[in-house]
Design a protein around this ligand. Structure first.
Ligand SMILES: [Zn+2]
Length: 264
């Protein structure tokens, strides 16, 4: 098996026993170069089984808890972050897409607070706000594409490329997932959920950005969102710096490449 981020070899890393959803013993493999980690069991599931696992887990999880993992706080903070980037003309245009939006919680928050419209698309759930059907999605045409908790539910490279394919030539991509310096070889790690098939590192995300033509990124720890740009980083840095001065602190963490905020 090869890493679908950098193509280097994957080596066996650790296993975890799941006593639910017929998963059984799951083996995780890590990339020797970029640390990207993936479950060999999940990538071998048929599309039908994989889809069903996601539907079952999300249905059960959403019924159990109203606000899993402080999602509402995160959507609120993401709305502020995106509003600021639009207000200061960093995010331009108005054709926005939330890919894998679920019910559309982020889009609803952004609209209710700031009257900013983000179209919603989800393979498994019908969004309750601004829904788009798969046939309505247009590649290379969105000024801003966001995804929340999607990158850890991926079993093939094509899905990541599909998400990015909707961003237009000058567009911006925003990602919320958990990213660390390295993935712990620990079956008790809290992020090893039945529906989490892969895990990204600072290095693997940096490589992915480069492969897709993004030069720099900003991160805010309350929003837990990385926003990636294709601009000249020098020009862009002074813009972000000016905004941070107005806010009064380093609200936007900036880096050429991927903001490696979480060092483990
Ligand atoms: Zn790799």
């Amino acid at each position: 098996m090869n890493c679908f981020i950098c193509k280097d070899n994957l080596s066996y890393s650790f296993s975890k026993q799941f006593n639910e959803y017929d998963l059984g013993n799951v083996d995780y493999y890590s990339c020797n170069t970029c640390g990207f980690t993936i479950s060999s069991n999940h990538i071998q599931l048929s599309e039908k089984k994989w889809n069903q696992l996601n539907i079952d887990w999300h249905t059960e999880n959403n019924l159990k808890e109203k606000n899993p993992w402080n999602r509402d706080e995160r959507y609120f903070n993401q709305s502020i972050m995106i509003f600021l980037l639009i207000k200061f003309n960093i995010i331009k245009g108005s054709n926005f897409l939330d890919w894998g939006s679920g019910e559309g919680g982020f889009s609803k928050k952004l609209y209710d607070l700031f009257s900013i419209k983000v179209n919603c698309y989800d393979k498994f759930v019908k969004p309750s706000v601004f829904p788009l059907a798969e046939a309505e999605l247009k590649s290379n045409s969105y000024d801003f594409v966001v995804n929340n908790a999607v990158f850890e539910h991926v079993t093939k490279r094509e899905t990541l490329d599909e998400i990015n394919s909707f961003v237009n030539n000058t567009g911006i991509l925003a990602i919320h997932t958990l990213v660390r310096e390295s993935i712990p070889k620990d079956p008790n790690w809290m992020y090893l959920l039945p529906v989490h098939s892969c895990f990204h590192t600072n290095k693997s995300m940096d490589l992915l950005m480069q492969q897709w033509g993004y030069t720099c990124s900003v991160y805010n720890e309350n929003a837990k969102l990385w926003v990636m740009f294709k601009e000249d980083p020098k020009l862009f840095y002074s813009q972000i710096n000016d905004i941070n001065k107005i806010i009064g602190y380093d609200y936007f963490k900036f880096k050429v490449g991927f903001v490696d905020f979480w060092k483990d």
